[in-house]
Design a protein. Structure first.
Length: 232
């Protein structure tokens, strides 16, 4: 069950010389595989709400035998002084096992994060569990080779994720053949998991594939099936 729970969580602080002047709304669809068998779908979408306000959303549906997992994430954020600043983050998980949800409100002036359940967290610039993935996507336009992000994840926990660029690679996906930049999540040497993520420069560095292994065995392979630019 743990495999299906983590199937579509594509893990994704600092950024240099990246300009967000023209965030481009888009919609991307994915197909999830396990050992070559299709087991689910996913979609991510960036929308321009108004002014400097944007909405980033992600949803997935996975099923394996009698197990199901549905996830919905939304990040409302603003673009201010060339920074992506979270405003609200919501997360809902339904399916086999216990349902889960989280609703966070970011108060930048007070430097706190309020949970709908009544919890209050200190805020020191951490991104939410969805926005940091898009932040990383944008940061690939810089000349950096390694990246580190401080976030508040979908369990309301403080986490730090690290990434490193491995190099260029041409992939053949349901979407078609495309040139990509391959990235690896940096984990402790004792970790049993290995995760690779591919981003396409021609699609504004949108994620086009994520593959995860545990103890050398493939757990998930999520691949881009369609992509479309949206009218701002």
């Amino acid at each position: 069950m743990q495999q299906i729970k983590t199937l579509f969580v594509f893990l994704a602080l600092s950024i240099s010389q990246v300009v967000y002047a023209n965030l481009k709304p888009f919609e991307a669809d994915y197909i999830g595989y396990r050992k070559g068998q299709k087991i689910g779908t996913a979609k991510q979408k960036l929308e321009h709400v108004s002014g400097n306000q944007y909405r980033l959303s992600y949803q997935s549906l996975a099923s394996l035998f009698f197990l199901t997992d549905k996830r919905y994430e939304t990040s409302h954020f603003v673009l201010k002084d060339n920074e992506l600043i979270p405003q609200q983050y919501t997360y809902v998980r339904k399916g086999t096992g216990k349902d889960k949800s989280l609703d966070l409100q970011f108060d930048v002036e007070q430097k706190i994060v309020n949970s709908k359940k009544g919890d209050v967290f200190e805020w020191d610039g951490e991104l939410d569990n969805l926005l940091y993935r898009f932040h990383f996507q944008q940061s690939l336009m810089s000349s950096q080779q390694e990246f580190e992000y401080r976030i508040i994840n979908n369990r309301a926990q403080y986490k730090t994720y690290k990434f490193k660029i491995l190099g260029e690679e041409k992939l053949t996906l349901p979407y078609g053949e495309i040139d990509t930049l391959k990235v690896q999540i940096v984990r402790a040497s004792s970790s049993k998991r290995t995760t690779y993520i591919w981003f396409a420069p021609s699609l504004d560095y949108t994620m086009v594939r994520i593959e995860q292994y545990k103890e050398g065995k493939q757990q998930a392979d999520v691949q881009l099936s369609s992509y479309s630019a949206l009218t701002p």
